[in-house]
Design a protein around this ligand. Structure first.
Ligand code: ASP
Ligand code: MG
Length: 441
C-alpha cells in the first residue's frame, strides 16, 4: 500500500489537481491519498482569524470562494462538488460569527482549508477513474488537545484506522487536521500535512509514503540561493532527520518520525514531473558522502545565560531548562562553558515550533542569571556522514570560514550534522561557498 500526499501547489488549480489525480490513477496501490488545502488558503484562513472589518473579511472570503469555484467550473460533474464545497464554505462563514476566538476556534477555522480542497479533489479523482471515498481525517487522526500544535495519539489512531480503513478501498483524506478525545478539531502546526501523511502511513502499515510537491525532491541546498543545487537521489533517515529539523525546505520537522518507526520508505517527488525519480529516504543509503547537503535557517536568536551560580554547581542547567520548558520554549543548539550557557531558539515567523521570547520568560531567567539576547542570526547545518570525526572535513571547513564571523559551532553531537551560527547577512554567501567547495560535482 502506498500513502500519497499532495501539497497545496499540487492541488492549487484545476490543472494541478488533474496532474495529481493522474498520478493517483497510475498505480492502484496508491490507496490512501492525503492532501493539503489549495495553496494560499491556509494563509487566508489565518488572516481571517484576526478581528477584521467586514470589507476586509469579505475580500478574503471572496478570494477563497473564487479560488475553489475556478476549479469546480472545470469539472464534468459540477453539481456534487459545488454543493459539497458550499456546505463547508457556509460553515466557515457561520464559524466566523462565533464569539470567543480562542485557540480551539482557530483550529476549527484552519481546518476548512483541507475540508474544502478534499471536497473538490474527490470529484477530480472520480473523473480520472479513481473511486475514492472521502474520509474525515478527524475520525482517525486522534490527537491531544494542544491546539495549533497537536500531538498525535498513535494507539488511538491505529485502532481507528483498523476499523475505518478497508485495505481493499481507496480513500481521500485531509492533511494537517485531527481531533482530540472530546471531538474538538485540532491541527498539527503549519506545514503539518506531511506529518499527517506519515502518521497515516505508519498506522495502516504502508510500504511507501510519497510526498508530492512542487520541487523535484530534497535538494543539496536551497536552489534559490545556490542555482547549482541538485536533487539528492538517496538519503538516509538519519541524515534526512537532521535536514528537516534544520530547515530543509521540503519536510515538516516531525514528518519522518512515524515513517521511520513504521519502516515505511519515503519518496519526495514533483507532481509536475512525476517520472523524475525525486529523492528516496531510506534506512541505509548506498553512498555516504561526508557532506551531502546544507541547510540554512534564518531568524535564529542566541540566548546567552551567564551566572556565577553555575560554577561548580549542580542543578543549574536543570533549573534553566525547566524554566524554558514551562514556557514551552524549544531549544535547538546548546553550548556551555564554566559560567555560561548559549542556546539557540528558532524565532522565524513560520517555524513549526516558533519560539516567543516574552518579557516574562526573560524576567524569570533574570532572577537567577544574566541574560543576553542576540537576534538576526542564521544557522547553517552541514548534513552528511561521520561528521563527528575531526579528521577530514574540520580543517578545510574552518579554513574556508576564516573570513566570516562564526558565532557558535556545534560539532560532535551527531555524526550526521555539523552546524554553526553566523550573522544573517553573511549566511547566503557562506552557503554558496561551502556548496561550491564541498558538494558540487
Ligand atoms: N495547509 C496547511 C498549511 O498551509 C498544512 C500543509 O499544507 O501542510 O500549513
Ligand atoms: Mg504546505
Amino acid at each position: 500500500m502506498i500513502v500519497s500526499k499532495f501539497g497545496g501547489t499540487s492541488v492549487g488549480t484545476f490543472e494541478a489537481m488533474q496532474r495529481s489525480a493522474r498520478i493517483v490513477a497510475a498505480d492502484p496501490n496508491r490507496q490512501l491519498i492525503v492532501i493539503s488545502a489549495t495553496s494560499g488558503t491556509t494563509n487566508d484562513l489565518v488572516a481571517l482569524s484576526s478581528e477584521l472589518d467586514s470589507t476586509k473579511r469579505e475580500e478574503i472570503l471572496g478570494r477563497i470562494e473564487e479560488r475553489h469555484l475556478a476549479i469546480i467550473e472545470q469539472l464534468r460533474d459540477q453539481e456534487t462538488a459545488r454543493n459539497d464545497f458550499y456546505t463547508e464554505f457556509s460553515n466557515l462563514r457561520e464559524h466566523l460569527d462565533f464569539v470567543g476566538r480562542d485557540k480551539r476556534w482557530k483550529d476549527r477555522l484552519y481546518a476548512f482549508g483541507e475540508l474544502m480542497s478534499t471536497r473538490i479533489f474527490v470529484q477530480v479523482l472520480r473523473e480520472n477513474g479513481v473511486k475514492a471515498e472521502w474520509l474525515d481525517a478527524r475520525d482517525v487522526l486522534k490527537t491531544d488537545s494542544t491546539f495549533s500544535n497537536a500531538d498525535p495519539v498513535l494507539s488511538s489512531i491505529k485502532k481507528k484506522a483498523d476499523t475505518l480503513i478497508n485495505p481493499e478501498k481507496i480513500y481521500l483524506t485531509q492533511g494537517f487536521i485531527g481531533s482530540d478525545i472530546f471531538g474538538n478539531t485540532t491541527t498539527l502546526g503549519r506545514g503539518g500535512s506531511d506529518f499527517s501523511a506519515s502518521i497515516f502511513a505508519e498506522a495502516v502499515g504502508a510500504d511507501t509514503l510519497e510526498i508530492w510537491t512542487d520541487v523535484a525532491g530534497v535538494y543539496t541546498t536551497d536552489p534559490r540561493i545556490v542555482p547549482e543545487a541538485y536533487p539528492i537521489h538517496e538519503i538516509s533517515f538519519d541524515e534526512a532527520a537532521e535536514l528537516s529539523v534544520f530547515g530543509g525546505k521540503v519536510l515538516h520537522p516531525a514528518t519522518l518520525k512515524p515513517a521511520m518507526r513504521g519502516g515505511v520508505s519515503v519518496r519526495v517527488a514533483s507532481s509536475s514531473d512525476p517520472d523524475a525519480p525525486g529523492t528516496y529516504i531510506v534506512k541505509e543509503a548506498d553512498q555516504k558522502p561526508t557532506i551531502r547537503a546544507i541547510s540554512l535557517r534564518k531568524d535564529q536568536t542566541l540566548l546567552t545565560v551567564n551566572s556565577l551560580e553555575m560554577l561548580h554547581q549542580h542543578g543549574f542547567l536543570a533549573h534553566l531548562f525547566n524554566t524554558l520548558a514551562e514556557h514551552k520554549i524549544s531549544v535547538d543548539l546548546v553550548s556551555t562553558s564554566e559560567v555560561s550557557v548559549a542556546l539557540t531558539l528558532d524565532t522565524a515567523v513560520n517555524a513549526a515550533n516558533k519560539v516567543e521570547l516574552t518579557d516574562q520568560v526573560l524576567e524569570e531567567l533574570g532572577h537567577f542569571a544574566e541574560v543576553l539576547v542576540e537576534k538576526d542570526l542564521a544557522l547553517i547545518a552541514l548534513i552528511g556522514n561521520d561528521l563527528q570525526k575531526t579528521s577530514g572535513i574540520g580543517g578545510p571547513l574552518f579554513t574556508a570560514l576564516e573570513n566570516y564571523n562564526v558565532r557558535l559551532i556545534c560539532h560532535g553531537a551527531s555524526p550526521n550534522n555539523l552546524c554553526f551560527l553566523v550573522d544573517h547577512k553573511q549566511a547566503e554567501d557562506i552557503v554558496r561557498m561551502v556548496h561550491k567547495k564541498f558538494i558540487e560535482r
